[in-house]
Every structure is written in C-alpha cells, then in structure tokens.
Design a protein around this ligand. Structure first.
Ligand SMILES: Cc1cc2nc3c(=O)[nH]c(=O)nc-3n(C[C@H](O)[C@H](O)[C@H](O)COP(=O)(O)O)c2cc1C
Length: 331
C-alpha cells in the first residue's frame, strides 16, 4: 500500500472504489459515459440527476449499470419538486450512494434514502450545518469552496477545510471539493484528515465526457481569472452565484439585472415577477453551452482550476496523473 492509498482507505471503503476521488455531478455532463468511465477507472462516478425527471433518471441509472459493475452515486437537488419520486427511482435500482445538493434536505428525504440501504452524502457550507446534517443521520459530508465551478458559496476551500474538517472528520467521512487541479492539493487534504476529494472541472475534457467540442475548447483555452462568479447587482433581486467562464452571456446577465431593477423602480413589475425574470435567465443556459456548444451565450460553468486543464485525455489518465502527483508529494 502506498501512503496515498493508506490515507484514502476509509474514503475508498465508504465509496466502494479503489481511490477516494469522487467525480462531482455536473448537470448534462455527468451521464452514463463519464460516470461509468470514472468508476471503471477506480474512482467514483456520480450521475447528475438534478435536471432530470424521474423517467430520465430511471433510464440513466439502468444505462450506467450496463456500462460499469463498480459502484457509483446519484446526485439529486433538494428543491426538485419531484425529489421523493427521484429517490424512489434510486430505490428501485438499489443505488448505493445518494448525494443531496442544494441546501438542507426536506423532511423525510434522508429517511427515504436510508430506508433502502443507500448511504446519504450532503454538502455542508458551514460548521453548524455540518453538525446538524450529521445529527440528521447523513453518512458523509462534502465541503466545497468557492473556487469550484457551478453554483458556489462565499467561502474558499482552504478556509472551509480548516473550519469544518477538524471538528467532524472523526464522526463521518469528509470529502473536500473546489479548486483541486493537481494531486499535491489532493494529498494535502487527505493528510489533514479528509476521507477523499471531489473534482469536477478537471474531468470536463475527459475523452469519455460528452460535452460539445466547443465547450471543451473553452476549457482548454480558459485561465483561472476567466472563471468568475456571477454578481448580484440589486439587493432586491437575489442571485445565487455561479462560477463560469466570462462570455457574452455573463455580460448580458448584468444588463438584465439592471433592466429588471429599473422596471421594478418604475412599478412596471412586482417583486415576484422581477425575481422570476432573474431566476429564469439562466434556465437552460448550461445545456445550451454543454450540449449545443453555444459557449458565447450559454453558461460555461467552470472552476478556477480550468487553466490547469491542458488536453483532452481519458479519465483513467487524469486519475493516474492526480494519483502520481499526490504520491510524489507524500513521498
Ligand atoms: C459544468 C459544471 C456543472 C456542475 N453541475 C453541478 C450539479 O448539477 N450539481 C452539483 O451538485 N454540483 C455541480 N457542479 C459542481 C461539481 O459537482 C463539483 O463539486 C465541482 O466542480 C468541484 O470543484 P472543481 O470544479 O474546482 O473541481 C458542477 C460543476 C461544473 C464545472
């Protein structure tokens, strides 16, 4: 056993993988191909179920099972109106791990998952919430810093790790996400007591990833400073920040907020309609970029490590590089 595999023993046993590296769910991206490639390579793939109706999730789990005999998880978003139906689909397929993203799970969700024997993994954006989730029975915690791609919180990974990890690492396995581009960083987190890590951006240019060639090209060209968090312009119109490569769409979003705020000032729309306008702006934008390849107007969600994504390569090679870097650092 190498030092890394020793440090990852607990996380790998929890996930049922060879190395405790999770492929964080990415909507439209984390489907059967990337998920099975990750699990087959010894990591842990996670299907992004957040944007799926139950029938689609059902098909996706079945197709993934046909492509890998290794364990994988399903990511669900807590505010999905059909959350309990999606959990029932996971139960039907005896999914081993369910990851709940997007805030505190509603009553009954954790119990419904545990009832069919699956492990529940939740995101904890602060120490108090991590403790609350553990009391509610979650089996593992992901702490994700604002360096990550996609929807983000306000705090960096380095601060969250210091604040949360020492307090809870002896109670449940903790996986660290956000800003992991090289194995040295992965090694550092597991040395500090993390059970493992979760990566996203680093996997987008995997050969097996179905993202449109234009989406991958934007990643290969992107630098850390291009992956910016969306900004809220008006305190009346809440915006959950999203980290994405800046493009015409991100500029248009700023313009849209100013326009809607002005309509609100003039009394042309009420508050609910104004907030809905803002919320709807990004609906479908990730799909537009990932699937249709419109990287100018769509949302090219990417983490700050995007500048370290240099080439399109198989998932197994990406994992091998991360592991080799981590092992060299630990040695
Ligand atoms: C394009 C993209 C889409 C994402 N979509 C989701 C999602 O649907 N659900 C989710 O929980 N996290 C989502 N994430 C976050 C990832 O699961 C992962 O936690 C994150 O990418 C880790 O940080 P990193 O990008 O610095 O590696 C997304 C990230 C990216 C880059």
């Amino acid at each position: 056993m190498t030092r890394l595999t020793t440090l990852m023993t607990r996380g790998a046993a929890f996930l049922g993988s060879d190395v405790a590296i999770m492929a964080g769910a990415m909507s439209w991206i984390s489907e059967r191909n990337l998920v099975s490639a990750m699990s087959n390579a010894g990591g842990f793939g996670v299907i992004a179920g957040g944007a799926m109706p139950p029938e689609l999730l059902d098909k996706e789990i079945e197709a993934t099972k046909a492509m890998t005999a290794r364990s994988f998880g399903v990511n669900l978003i807590t505010m999905h109106p059909q959350l309990l139906d999606l959990i029932a689909v996971c139960a039907k397929h005896k999914v081993s791990h369910v990851v709940l993203a997007g805030g505190l799970p509603p009553a009954g969700a954790i119990e419904a998952i545990k009832a069919f024997g699956a492990k529940v993994i939740c995101f904890a954006p602060a120490l108090a919430l991590a403790k609350k989730l553990i009391r509610s029975g979650v089996d593992a915690i992901v702490i994700e810093g604002m360096e990550a791609g996609g929807h983000i919180g306000p705090v960096s990974t380095s601060v969250l790790v210091q604040e949360i990890l020492p307090e809870i690492k002896d109670q449940v396995p903790v996986f660290v996400a956000g800003g992991i581009g090289r194995g040295e960083m992965m090694a550092s987190y597991v040395e500090q007591g993390a059970a493992g890590v979760q990566i996203g951006t680093r996997l987008v240019c995997a050969t097996e990833c179905i993202a449109h060639p234009a989406f991958k090209k934007a990643f290969l060209r992107g630098n850390a400073r291009d992956a910016i968090a969306s900004v809220q312009i008006d305190p009346r119109l809440p915006v959950i920040p999203v980290r994405a490569l800046k493009n015409a769409g991100t500029e248009e979003f700023t313009r849209k907020q100013v326009e809607v705020a002005a309509m609100l000032d003039r009394g042309e729309v009420d508050m609910a309609a104004a907030q809905l306008e803002i919320e709807h702006f990004w609906a479908g934008a990730l799909r537009r970029a990932v699937i249709d390849g419109d990287v100018e107007n769509g949302s090219v969600m990417a983490g700050q490590i995007v500048g370290m994504v240099k080439t399109e390569e198989p998932v197994a090679d990406i994992l091998a590089a991360l592991v080799a870097e981590a092992e060299a650092a630990l040695a």
